[in-house]
Design a protein around this ligand. Structure first.
Ligand code: GUN
Ligand code: ZN
Length: 428
């Protein structure tokens, strides 16, 4: 008996980065994709694919777009319940909304409830991989990985470490941050589809001793990712300069403690100085663009075109709940709008690439997820390109695939997500 599955529709595959040349040349469209044992076998015409596997089960999605599931490269799952909280900027937003909520994650039952709710929301939005901050509580990490494991999702997460400038009950120490991170890393990194990221929240909430301890842990486990925040708001950058008077710049607070590397994920990275940009490009650390968060908390405009021209590795993310949405469609729309404000209209192929292959590359998982190509894991999203009357009437006029897709990028939401496949299994 065969376990093969064929998905038919408009199958989108990237042959290269759409930032490398003409964006249109980066994309191939096929009629069908053949899936076996959780992986993509091949793409092609429906006739050829059927000939290759005559007994396969066929899912015919008509003219819907079939592409890699979205990869959200920077989120805070514990902030699910405080998304869209009004009126604050970064530091008072953290103190007013975020820290009180994160305090509750010492309770495994609460952590588990929110992790489940978070994955229900992200899957409904077509996101199949996230890289999440947890809280300082090891229970929050366990709850997250268990919830992901139940859904067979490829995920990244780590215990958020903070030993200063955070309330009582939300602080660890240099030593416990090291010890708990190491225990969790040993339990989860490489277990099924889970990966561990060493996670100092950001320099203002870690003493140099804690950064040093986490740098040492990363040196012991260089195969792990490291995730943090960098230069999100100008007030924050000034505060970092006060807290670290010896540092050349914000990035140096990480660099000096062994926390700069190719497997580093630097959230926001908006207000960078020339030395920081040069070092990030040299090392290959990833800048994670969080456009709905950057507008919502009032952080600033990330200059995508300039960063790409420098050769930076860039991923895309919601930054839930500083970001105002769980949807990578909404996130692509915000990235487009911020691009326009900076003088560059990002092509739809570039937006889709950032939300899939680009983010996967930032997570060093570009050989596993983020594209439909032979051997890749079959995490897929099927998008209805006429999901609302407003989108449908615009898409009806489309003369090519990009005109057909762009209204869904700009106006689409979870109603556009027709199906989500995780490791070759349909989830809905
Ligand atoms: N910087 C440090 N912590 C956070 C957080 O939780 N969200 C955002 N947007 N920025 C941060
Ligand atoms: Zn963040």
């Amino acid at each position: 008996m065969t376990t093969d599955t064929i998905l038919a529709g408009r199958v989108l595959s990237f042959a290269q980065s759409p930032f490398a040349g003409d964006p249109q040349d980066a994309v191939h469209l096929f009629d069908a994709v053949l899936v076996r044992a959780g992986h993509v076998v091949t793409t092609g015409s429906l006739q050829d694919i059927k000939a290759q596997s005559p007994d396969a089960t066929l899912y015919d999605y008509g003219d819907a777009l079939i592409m890699a599931g979205f990869v959200d490269a920077h989120v805070h799952y514990p902030q699910t319940a405080i998304i869209a909280s009004w009126g604050k900027r970064l530091i008072d937003w953290l103190n007013s909304y975020t820290f009180p909520e994160e305090m509750q994650f010492h309770d495994p039952a609460y952590a588990s409830e929110i992790a489940g709710r978070y994955f229900d929301l992200t899957l409904a939005n077509g996101t199949t991989t996230v890289a999440s901050f947890c809280t300082i509580h090891p229970e929050s990490v366990t709850a997250f990985f268990e919830a992901a494991q139940r859904r067979n999702l490829r995920v990244v997460a780590g215990k958020t470490c903070m030993d200063r400038n955070a309330p009582e009950g939300l602080r660890d120490t240099a030593q416990t941050a090291y010890d708990h991170s190491k225990t969790l890393l040993q339990a989860w990194h490489g277990t099924g589809r889970a990966s561990y990221a060493i996670t100092p929240r950001f320099s203002p909430t870690s003493t140099p001793a804690q950064l040093e301890a986490l740098g040492a842990l990363w040196a012991e486990y260089p195969e792990c990712l490291m995730q943090t925040h960098l230069s999100e708001q100008t007030d924050e950058v000034r505060w970092v300069k006060e807290l670290f008077p010896q540092a050349r710049d914000y990035l140096d607070t990480y660099e000096a403690h062994g926390l700069l590397g190719a497997r580093g994920l630097y959230g926001h990275a908006i207000h960078l100085e020339p030395r920081e940009r040069d070092r990030l490009a040299e090392v290959g650390g990833a800048l994670i663009h969080c456009p709905t968060s950057n507008t919502f908390i009032g952080s600033g405009l990330f200059d995508m075109a300039a960063r790409m021209a420098e050769g930076q590795r860039v991923g895309l993310a919601t930054d839930t709940g500083g970001g105002s949405s769980f949807s990578m469609l909404r996130t692509m729309a915000a990235a487009y709008e911020i691009g326009q404000l900076s003088g560059t209209a990002l092509h739809p192929a570039q937006l889709l690439w950032l939300a899939t292959a680009g983010s996967a590359d930032a997570l060093h998982m570009g050989d596993k997820i983020g594209n439909i190509a032979p051997g890749m894991e079959a995490d897929l999203v099927v998008l209805d390109l006429a999901s609302t009357p407003a989108i449908a009437q615009r898409a009806a006029r489309a003369e090519d695939i990009w005109e057909a897709v762009f209204p869904t990028i700009m106006m689409g939401d979870d109603r556009a997500v027709k199906a989500v496949w995780v490791a070759g299994t349909c989830t809905n």
